[in-house]
Design a protein around this ligand. Sequence first.
Ligand code: ADP
Ligand code: NI
Length: 228
Amino acid sequence: MDKKKIKEIIEKTESFVKETFQQEGTGHDWWHTHRVRNLAKRIAREEGADIFIVELAALLHDIGDYKFFQGNEEAGVAKVGEWLSSLEISPLLTDKVVEITSRTSFMHTLLSDKEGNKKNSSALTKELMAVADADRLDAMGAIGIARAFTYGGFFKRPIYDPAIKPNKFITKEEYKTTESPSINHFYEKLLKLKNLMYTNSGWKMAEKRHRFLKLYLKEFFKEWKGKR
Ligand code: ADP
Ligand code: NI
């Protein structure tokens, strides 16, 4: 594909995503997508993945999020497919991008009660790994902390409640329906992300962000106990 066509596809997709995410309050705003796109491109460059596929998939990675479709994951996948077919690109490229966006989410690494096993364990491409790592990185570190409390606040969850213990072995169904305080999310998801990184470059960034999460929790509990 020539450069002009690539630029056009990226720009069109960017406007489509910006429009879709207007007024999104759960941490899935345009700026999350913007950061994921930049991180994913950086990882793709370092890992030798196809930059165009990665950029397109990163832009679309949250468009089909189940939260926007009342828990219906298939409807989300269809929405990405519809957008891509409006772009007049090859079916092969469409399939690759749909495959990445439908498998990026952290949720897909969790066991589903219904299936009892991990769905879609087929080989991961470098492009998928770049987008997945970028999405996970944005849930870690200083940004990840901001997003966790934004998400919790949106659903009126408390910051912390010592009586409610985190559920470290959360299943996919529980992840979708949990009502627990935002701090629990650090133990249920955020601190696990470092070990779920696929690429070396992702892992290096994850290490720094992980350290910051741990430091934050240390301070949080000192302050909670009135020791700071
Ligand atoms: P993903 O795109 O990996 O599926 P989610 O859609 O689950 O991520 O989450 C979007 C953002 O909201 C992430 O930063 C995530 O850490 C945060 N989040 C998700 N569930 C909770 C929760 N129960 N409490 C606090 N933050 C959450
Ligand atoms: Ni995302």
